[in-house]
Design a binder for this molecule. Sequence first.
Ligand code: SAH
Length: 301
Amino acid sequence: MVEDYAWWRLSIVFPREVEESLIWRLQQLSINNYAIQSFISSKSDPKLFIWLPEFEWEEKERSFLTRSLCELSEPFDRNFGSPVWDRIQNEDWSQTWKIHWEPDPVGESLLILPAWLKVPTIYSDRIVLRIDPGSAFGTGSHATTRLCLEALERENINGMRIADLGCGSGILGLTALKFGAKSLFAVDIDSLAVNATLKNASLNDFQENLIVSKGSIEALETNLMGEPADLMLCNILASVIEDLAPKFARILKDDGVALLSGLLVEQVSELKMTFHRLGWQVVSQKNQGSWALLEISKRNF
Ligand code: SAH
């Protein structure tokens, strides 16, 4: 997409811990033209780029925007880098951001590959999932997504029916299909995510064995048509998981398992109590930095 007017491009380094809340804030502000440059192989913090039409963003609004982003790091006791604003003529931002994304090996056997790249020879023995995230969340670089992908690699999911609640780019459910699951039922309240999941499904030749639709847990239940899933994947913020928790039992078989991510370590003990009250067992907890993944089941292990 090349427009005839100029853009403001903001570049700013941010603490890795705020990535998810940053994406939520951008969505709240209806800012869709952004990219995150993340160096998988190094420990340095990622960088956010945002492209804004120049004529709509005066100086006052731009400084309001940087303030409202920078305040997200306060709970983590970390700081954003200094914001840099560049005026750019006719930049094709939707292509530019692709330059910043690398093939991403996850766990022992998976490779998340930007759809427009070839498989690098060093990764030729890995299971490849091609992803073009568009503006939906889920490139695999975020800890909450990685925790789920690594758990999927550990579980034996061969032949399973999988539910993906809040599918974003579809990365979790499609990885499950790559690891041998039989079918996928995915939902997201954001239609961009639904479109991205469908696109990524076809990039990986999964047209037959999935149903993707716009909505939340109710849509998921309808799509399952009375036959609950073996495994549910859910990487959404703790507060949303807490609200949806009473309905989880409708989605899963009695011995089904849910992998819950998007949780800050400090939120886990309260969430565990909620699930215990609702009759669930916590099977395991895995942490990565300040993020946690919970595996829960109705069955006693
Ligand atoms: N599953 C992807 C995306 C996680 S981001 C991954 O792991 O990388 C969380 C997603 O949940 C977003 O796409 C958001 O639109 C969606 N979401 C938020 N609240 C939801 C709800 N109540 N029901 C369904 N989806 C929801």
